[in-house]
Design a protein around this ligand. Structure first.
Ligand code: RFL
Ligand code: PHB
Length: 389
C-alpha cells in the first residue's frame, strides 16, 4: 500500500490531522491499535480552547459541538470555604467550550466516514522504518498478516505509550519529566452539575474539581495519594470527601448519584524534543504530557495538528518546506508555555506531601493575590483560554 502521510494512532490528534489533510486533498491512512468502540469508551478531556473549536469546524466536525457544547465565560477558584470567579470573557474577550473528548472523537470518526477516510483498527506491531531517509514506511500486523505502507511522511499520533517517540534514536531524543506525588480520582455521574461553571478547589484535604459534560452529566475529581487504590473509594466515600473540599454552600447543593465511571490517573509533566526526526513528526501526547489541572492536553494535541497540517499543506500545495523544517521549534514553543501553565496551576492548587508551613503560606498568598489582582487574573485567563497559534 502507498499513501502520502501514514498516521499512527486514531485518537483525537490522529483523526483531526487525517481529517484536515483529507480536506486539502492529501492522502492518509490511520493505523489504530484498538477497536473504534474502545477508543470511544475513553473518558478524558472536557474543556476546549477557542482555537480547538475553530479547528474542529475546519475539519468539518463541528456541527454537533456547536449545538451541544457549553460555552463557559469564566471559572471559579475556591479556597477553603469561599470562592471567586475569573471572568475569561471580560479579561480576554474569549471563552472555552465544555464538550467531552468522547463526543469530539465520535464526531471526528463520523466526519472521517463521510470522506471515506481509511482507518485500520486493531493493528498490531506497528513499526516505523527509514524515517531519516526520503522513503519511509510503516509495517504492521493485521488479522495475522504482516503488511507495509510506503509513504512520504509519518505522523506519530500514538499517545504517551505509542511506538513513534521511541523510533527517534536515543542519541537524538531528549526527554524532560516531572512526576507528581499524587493522582486524580475521577468520577462521572448522570447528575446535574453542581455549578454553571467549573470550580477548581484548593483545600487542606487536597485539590478537588467540579466539572461537567452536559446539563445532565457531571465529572468530578479528587486529588488522591499516588498509590491509592480505586477499591478504597466507594461512591459514598467519594461524595463525602468532595463535600469536605468544596465551599459549604456548593456542597449543600451537590446532587449525588451512582458513578458511571471511576478511575485514577497519575499526574505528570513530560516533553520530548525534537518533535520531528527526518520524515517522522510527533503530535499530541506522543510528544508531551501535562497534568490535567490546566485542561491543556487535548488542546495542545490540536495546536500540534494545526502546525503540522499547515506544514504538510505548504509542502504539497505550495512546494514550500519551511513549515516542515520549523515544525518542531514552532510546536515546542507553544508546548513549553502550556507545560509551564499546567505546572503552575498544579502547584498553586494541590497539597504536596513535602510542603512546609512556609510553602503553604506562599500558596495562600498567591491565591489571595489572584483573587485581588486583575493582572494576575488576566494572566490565568489568557493561558486558560489558550495562547495564540
Ligand atoms: P491519545 O488520546 O492517547 O490517542 C493515541 C491513540 O494512539 C493509539 N495507539 C496506537 N495505535 C497504533 N499503534 C500503536 N503502537 C499505538 N499506541 C497507541 C491509542 O490506542 C490511541 O487511540 O493521544 P492524542 O490523540 O495525542 O490525544 C491527547 C489527549 O487524549 C489527551 O491529551 C487529553 O485527554 C488530556 N486531558 C485533557 N486535555 C484537555 O485538553 N482538557 C482536559 O480537560 C483534559 N482532561 C485529560 C483530562 C486526560 C485525562 N486522562 C485520563 C489522562 C482528564 C483526564 C482524566
Ligand atoms: C474534565 O472535565 O474532565 C476536566 C476539566 C478541566 C480540567 C481537567 C479535566 O482542568
Amino acid at each position: 500500500m502507498r499513501t502520502q502521510v501514514a498516521i499512527i494512532g486514531g485518537g483525537p490528534a490522529g483523526l483531526l490531522l487525517s481529517q484536515l489533510l483529507a480536506r486539502q486533498g492529501i492522502d492518509t491512512i490511520v493505523l489504530e491499535r484498538k477497536s473504534r468502540d474502545y477508543v470511544l469508551a475513553r473518558i478524558r478531556a472536557g474543556v476546549l480552547e477557542a482555537g480547538t473549536v475553530d479547528l474542529l469546524h475546519a475539519a468539518g466536525a463541528g456541527e454537533r459541538m456547536k449545538r451541544e457544547g457549553m460555552v463557559h465565560n469564566g471559572t471559579y477558584i475556591a479556597v477553603a470555604n469561599r470562592r471567586f470567579r475569573i471572568d475569561f470573557r471580560q479579561l480576554t474577550g474569549s471563552t472555552v467550550t465544555v464538550y467531552g473528548q468522547t463526543e469530539l472523537t465520535r464526531d471526528l470518526y463520523l466526519a472521517h466516514d463521510q470522506l471515506d477516510g481509511q482507518i485500520l483498527h486493531e493493528v498490531e506491531g506497528v513499526r516505523i522504518h527509514d524515517a531519516d531517509t526520503a522513503a519511509p514506511s510503516v509495517s504492521y500486523v493485521c488479522a495475522g498478516r504482516e503488511q507495509r505502507i510506503y509513504c512520504d511522511y509519518v505522523a506519530g499520533c500514538d499517545g504517551y505509550h505509542g511506538v513513534s517517540r521511541n523510533t527517534i534514536p536515543a542519541s537524538v531524543l531528549r526527554e524532560f519529566e516531572r512526576v507528581y506525588p499524587f493522582g486524580w480520582l475521577g468520577l462521572l455521574s448522570a447528575t446535574p452539575p453542581v455549578s454553571d461553571e467549573l470550580i477548581y478547589a484548593s483545600h487542606a484535604r487536597g485539590f478537588a474539581l467540579c466539572s461537567m459534560r452536559n446539563p445532565g452529566l457531571s465529572r468530578y475529581y479528587l486529588q488522591v495519594p499516588l498509590l491509592d487504590e480505586l477499591e478504597r473509594w466507594s461512591d459514598d466515600a467519594f461524595w463525602d470527601e468532595l463535600r469536605h473540599r468544596i465551599p459549604q454552600d456548593v456542597a449543600e447543593s451537590l446532587i449525588t448519584g451512582k458513578s458511571i465511571e471511576k478511575s485514577i490517573v497519575p499526574l505528570r509533566s513530560f516533553v520530548a524534543e525534537p518533535m520531528r526526526w527526518g520524515r517522522l513528526f510527533l503530535c499530541g501526547d506522543a510528544a508531551h504530557i501535562v497534568p490535567p489541572t490546566g485542561a491543556k492536553g487535548l488542546n495542545l494535541a490540536a495546536s500540534d495538528v494545526y502546525y503540522l497540517s499547515r506544514a504538510l499543506q505548504q509542502h504539497y500545495v505550495d512546494r514550500d518546506d519551511h513549515g516542515i523544517e520549523s515544525y518542531s521549534a514552532t510546536a515546542l514553543s507553544r508546548v513549553w508555555k502550556a507545560e509551564r501553565f499546567s505546572w503552575a496551576m498544579t502547584r498553586l492548587l494541590h497539597r504536596f506531601p513535602e510542603q512546609t508551613e512556609f510553602d503553604l503560606r506562599m500558596q495562600l498568598a498567591e491565591l489571595e493575590y489572584l483573587e485581588s489582582s486583575t493582572a494576575a487574573q488576566t494572566t490565568l485567563a489568557e493561558n486558560y483560554i489558550g495562547l495564540p497559534y
